[in-house]
Design a protein around this ligand. Structure first.
Ligand code: ADP
Ligand code: ASP
Ligand code: MG
Length: 820
C-alpha cells in the first residue's frame, strides 16, 4: 500500500465546515487504498491566542481568562459540530481534561508571573493536542477508524525550547517501530516534540509542515502532501501580489530558498528530510482539491520563466559596520558572525558588497538592538581606536529575494531586476547572491516592498502583459473623451497589444477616487460621484506618491497652473507624466529645464505630444530631429485650429464676425473666443517648439499680435463682445482684399528664426506651405541644416477633443512600452 503523509495547516482547520472538507479529502485517499497518516496544526489563530493568554498571565493581567474562554468556546463548538455517536462522550472528556490542564498551566504562569521558553512550549502544545483530539473524533464519527497520536511520544528533540532540533536517529526508530503495529488512521499532532526527559518542545512557528516531513521520511513515504489555503507555492505571496501564479513544479533547493526568504507556505526545515529520502512534497489547496498544486522534487525544472518565484521578509534590519580602518574585513566578519551564532542571532543575508570599508548583513528586526550591542562589545578595541566608525542598524528595510534554477543558467536576469527597480525609483541598500546562485537577494526600504514585488512580478511573469497604473486629474471634455477611448479600446489593448491599463485614481475639482484594483472605466463617473471623497489636490498627490505603485503614470487633463507645480515632485518620485497642459513647459525656462533634468535623473517619461498640434506628431518629430544631431534653423506654421479655420474661411462672402460666431457654435473656440484671438495660446505652443529645438526663450520674448483691439477687450463682457464683433468686419475685409489683390492669403503665423519669435497675422503667397491650408488643419514646418532646401512639413487636424485625447492615449501607450 502506498504510504502518504498528509498535513493540514491551521488555515485548513479554521472552522468546523472546513474540517468537513478535510475529512472528505482524507476519505478519498483512504478509498484509493492509500496508507495515509495525517498531521494537524492547531485550529487557526489558536497558537497566537495561547501565546497572548500566556503573556497576559505572566504580566499579571487577568484578561488571560477572557482569552481562555474564547479558546474553550472554539473547541467546544467544534466538538458539537463534528463529533457524534459513541465517540462524542470520550472526545468531550479528553478535551475538557485538556482545557482544564491548560487553565491550570495559565494560572501557574499567572501566579509565578513568568513565561519561560519551556512553559511557553508546553502552553503552545495545547493547540495541536486539542485540534488533533477533536479531528480524530470527527474521523471516527464519519466512519473512519482513527486514533489520536501525540507526536511528543515519537519526535525527540534537544531542549532548545521554541525552536528545538530533532534527534533523527531516535525519532526515526521510534516512528518506524510505532507504525509497525498500527492499522488505524493516525491523527498526529504537528509542531510538537519532547526531550529525552519528556519535556514538551516545539519545532518553531509553522513547524507542523516539518512534522509531516519527519514522519514521511521516517516511514519512507511515497509522498508528503501539505494542504493549505492557496493553490500551491505561488510565484509570490498572493496576499501581496494579486496576480501571483501557481508554480507547477519546483526543485527542493528552490523551495528551500523561497521559504527561507519568507514564503510562509512551507516552513524551511521541512525540505531537508524529504530531500534526503527523495520524497516528493506536494502543496495542495484544501479549498480547491482538484487543482494540481505544486510538486517539489529533485529533478531539474524547466520553468518557462527566467525566475521561479519572489519572496520577501519584512521584519528585518540591516546592520552596517563601517570604518576606513577596516582592513581585514574577512577576519572582522568572522568574529562578528561567530558572536551572532553564539548569541543565537539569526543572520539571514550577508551582503556581497562588503567593500574594503564596510560589512552589511541582515537580522530579524526584533534582534537588531541586541546584535548591535554584541558587535560593539566584540569590536570594542576597533571602535575605541577609530578603525571602525560606526555600527548601525537600519530598521525600515525588507529583504527581497528572487529565486530560480534558471538564474544560474541565464544571463541578464539581474540586469532585468535592476532595470525594473531603477525605473520605479527603488533604492537597493545591499545585494547578495546565494552560493548556489539560485537566488539574488536585495535589501530595500520597507515602504518600497510592495512596489518592488509587483514591478518584478510583472516584469518576469506577466511580461506578456504590460501593466500600468494611471492617475487622471481633470474630467472635462478631454478627460471624459480619454476615458471613452480607453473604454472602447480596453479589450483590443489587452488582447492584441497585451496592455493592461488600470485607472487607479481620478480627480476633478469636486471629487476624487482611488481604487488600486482599477476603477471600472464603464462606470467611472457614477463611481466618482458615489464613492469619491471630497477633492483635495494636495491629498490627491500625496496619495499618488504614498500608494507607491509600480509603473505609474499621471495624466493631467486640466489647464491649471496649480497642477504643474506638482510635476517636479512626481517625476522625482519615479512617476511618469502625460500632459496636454501647456503651462508646465511654458512657465519659466528654469522650471522647464528642471523638469527635463528630473526626467533624466529618475529615468521616467514626461510626454506632451498634445501640447502642439493635438494628436499630430509635432513634438516627437522635432525631438527626433534634434536627437539625430540636426539643428533647427527656422520654425514656422499655423498652430491653432481655430485661427486656421477663421482665415481659411474668410473671403468676400464670409465676414469675420460671422465666421467667429460659426466657429463658436461648432465648438472650435473657447467659450470666450477672445482667448483664441489674443494669440497667447499660440505663443505658448511656439515657445514649447523653440525650447524643444534647444533654444532658451521666455514667453515675454515673443511678439504677439492680438486680433482684437483694446476697445473690445477692456470691460467688455463675452455677450457684449459678440454683439459688437461686427465692428471688426471692415478691418478684416480690408486686410483680406489687400492680400487678395496681391494673390496672397491671410494666415495667423507663428515663426521663429535667428532668435526672434512672433505670432501674428501675415499675408503669404502661393509658394508658402501654409497657403493651401484648409478646414481647421495645423501645419508646422521645420527648416534645419539637413532639411534646408525643402523643410520638414507636418500637417493635420490640430484641434479638437477627439484628436487631443487620442494623442494623450498614444502617449500613455508609449510609456507602457517604455516600462517593459
Ligand atoms: P497553513 O496554516 O496551512 O500552514 P500558512 O498561513 O502557514 O498556512 O501558509 C499559507 C500562506 O502562505 C498563504 O495563505 C500565503 O499568504 C502565504 N504565502 C507566502 N508566500 C507564498 C507563496 N510564494 N506561495 C503561496 N503562499 C505564500
Ligand atoms: N500551530 C503552529 C503555529 O501556529 C504550527 C503550525 O501552524 O504549523 O506556528
Ligand atoms: Mg504554515
Amino acid at each position: 500500500m502506498k504510504r502518504k503523509v498528509y498535513k493540514f495547516g491551521g488555515s485548513s482547520v479554521g472552522k468546523p465546515e472546513t474540517i468537513q472538507k478535510v475529512i472528505k479529502i482524507v476519505s478519498e485517499s483512504l478509498n484509493n487504498n492509500e496508507n495515509t497518516v495525517v498531521v494537524f496544526s492547531a485550529f487557526q489563530t489558536i497558537t497566537n491566542q495561547l501565546i497572548t493568554a500566556g503573556e497576559f498571565a505572566a504580566s499579571g493581567n487577568e484578561e488571560y481568562n477572557l482569552t481562555i474562554s474564547q479558546i474553550k468556546n472554539i473547541h467546544i463548538t467544534a466538538i458539537e459540530k463534528l463529533v457524534t455517536g459513541k465517540t462524542l462522550y470520550q472526545t468531550r472528556n479528553k478535551v475538557h481534561k485538556l482545557l482544564e490542564d491548560l487553565e491550570k498551566l495559565l494560572y501557574g504562569i499567572f501566579l509565578l508571573r513568568e513565561l519561560s521558553p519551556r512553559s511557553k512550549d508546553h502552553l503552545m502544545s495545547f493547540g495541536e493536542r486539542l485540534s488533533s483530539t477533536i479531528i480524530a473524533g470527527a474521523f471516527i464519527s464519519s466512519g473512519i477508524e482513527a486514533e489520536f497520536l501525540d507526536s511528543r511520544k515519537l519526535v525527540k528533540t534537544d531542549s532548545n525550547f521554541g525552536n528545538a532540533r530533532v534527534n533523527f536517529q531516535t525519532t526515526n526508530t521510534l516512528i518506524k517501530d510505532y507504525f509497525e503495529n498500527v492499522t488505524s488512521l493516525q491523527v498526529v499532532t504537528g509542531f510538537i516534540g519532547s526531550t529525552i526527559d519528556n519535556e514538551t518542545t516545539t519545532l518553531g512557528r509553522g513547524g507542523s509542515d516539518y512534522t509531516a516531513s519527519i514522519f514521511g521520511a521516517a516511514l519512507d513515504a511515497e509522498e508528503i502532501q501539505i494542504w493549505t489555503d492557496v493553490d500551491g507555492v505561488l510565484t509570490a505571496d498572493p496576499k501581496k501580489v494579486k496576480k501571483a501564479l501557481p508554480i507547477e513544479k519546483m526543485s527542493y533547493e528552490e523551495a528551500l530558498e523561497m521559504s527561507h526568504f519568507g514564503a510562509k507556505v512551507i516552513y524551511p526545515p521541512t525540505i531537508r528530510p524529504a530531500l534526503v529520502k527523495s520524497i516528493p512534497i506536494k502543496i495542495k489547496n484544501t479549498f480547491n482539491p482538484s487543482f494540481v498544486g505544486t510538486e517539489i522534487t529533485t529533478s531539474a525544472i524547466s520553468s518557462r520563466y527566467a525566475i521561479t518565484g519572489i519572496s520577501t521578509i519584512e521584519n528585518v534590519a540591516l546592520i552596517k559596520i563601517q570604518g576606513t580602518g577596516l582592513v581585514d574585513v574577512a577576519s572582522v566578519a568572522g568574529r562578528i558572525f561567530k558572536v551572532m551564532g553564539k548569541e543565537s542571532i539569526n543572520v539571514i543575508l550577508i551582503s556581497q558588497a562588503s567593500s574594503g570599508h564596510s560589512i552589511c548583513f541582515t537580522v530579524l528586526e526584533s534582534q537588531a538592538k541586541k546584535a548591535v550591542e554584541f558587535i560593539e562589545e566584540e569590536l570594542k578595541y576597533e571602535l575605541t581606536e577609530g578603525f571602525i566608525n560606526s555600527v548601525e542598524a537600519d530598521l525600515e528595510v525588507s529583504i527581497f529575494a528572487v529565486v530560480g534554477e534558471n538564474i544560474r543558467n541565464m544571463s541578464g536576469v539581474s540586469e532585468k531586476i535592476f532595470q525594473a527597480l531603477g525605473r520605479n525609483g527603488i533604492e537597493i541598500s545591499a545585494i547578495a547572491q546565494g552560493s548556489s546562485r539560485l537566488n539574488i537577494s536585495l535589501v530595500i526600504k520597507r515602504k518600497d516592498e510592495s512596489k518592488a514585488l509587483n514591478a518584478i512580478h510583472e516584469t518576469f511573469f506577466l511580461s506578456d502583459y504590460k501593466a500600468i497604473n494611471v492617475f487622471v486629474i481633470g474630467t472635462g471634455s478631454i478627460g471624459r473623451t480619454l476615458f471613452q477611448q480607453i473604454k472602447n479600446q480596453l479589450n483590443y489593448l489587452y488582447q492584441e497589444l497585451k496592455l493592461d491599463i488600470k485607472i487607479v485614481g481620478i480627480a476633478n475639482t469636486k471629487k476624487m477616487l482611488f481604487d488600486y484594483d482599477g476603477i471600472d472605466v464603464n462606470h467611472w463617473e457614477e463611481k466618482l460621484l458615489t464613492k469619491g471623497e471630497q477633492s483635495d489636490i494636495n491629498l490627491f498627490f500625496d496619495t499618488i506618491k504614498q500608494s507607491n505603485l509600480p509603473n505609474s503614470v499621471f495624466v493631467d487633463c486640466t489647464s491649471s497652473e496649480l497642477i504643474i507645480d506638482k510635476y517636479l515632485d512626481l517625476l522625482s518620485s519615479s512617476i511618469s507624466i502625460v500632459s496636454p497642459n501647456k503651462k508646465a513647459n511654458t512657465s519659466k525656462y528654469e522650471y522647464y529645464l528642471q523638469l527635463k533634468k528630473a526626467v533624466q535623473k529618475y529615468n521616467v517619461s514626461f510626454l506632451y505630444e498634445t501640447n502642439v498640434g493635438a494628436g499630430i506628431p509635432v513634438i516627437s518629430t522635432l525631438q527626433d530631429l534634434v536627437l539625430s544631431g540636426d539643428k533647427i534653423l527656422k520654425i514656422e506654421g499655423v498652430l491653432s485650429g481655430t485661427l486656421s479655420y477663421l482665415f481659411n474661411t474668410l473671403d468676400q462672402n464670409n465676414t469675420f464676425s460671422a465666421i467667429v460666431k460659426d466657429a463658436h457654435l461648432k465648438g472650435f473656440t473657447e467659450f470666450d473666443p477672445r482667448e483664441d484671438l489674443n494669440g497667447l495660446d499660440i505663443a505658448r505652443k511656439l515657445l514649447i517648439l523653440v525650447r524643444e529645438a534647444g533654444y532658451k526663450l521666455e514667453l515675454e520674448d515673443i511678439e504677439i499680435e492680438n486680433l482684437i483691439p483694446e476697445s473690445l477687450i477692456n470691460n467688455v463682457s463675452t455677450d457684449e463682445f459678440f454683439n459688437r464683433l461686427h465692428e471688426l468686419d471692415l478691418l478684416y475685409e480690408q486686410k483680406w482684399s489687400n492680400a487678395n489683390k496681391q494673390g496672397k492669403v491671410l494666415r495667423y503665423l507663428a515663426k521663429y528664426e535667428n532668435g526672434k519669435a512672433s505670432v501674428k497675422l501675415e499675408s503669404v503667397d502661393v509658394t508658402h506651405p501654409v497657403y493651401s491650408l484648409s478646414s481647421n488643419d495645423n501645419i508646422i514646418t521645420f527648416k534645419t541644416v539637413y532639411f534646408n532646401e525643402r523643410p520638414v512639413i507636418i500637417q493635420g487636424p490640430g484641434a479638437g477633443v477627439k484628436v487631443t485625447s487620442g494623442g494623450i492615449f498614444a502617449d500613455i501607450v508609449r510609456i507602457a512600452n517604455y516600462f517593459y
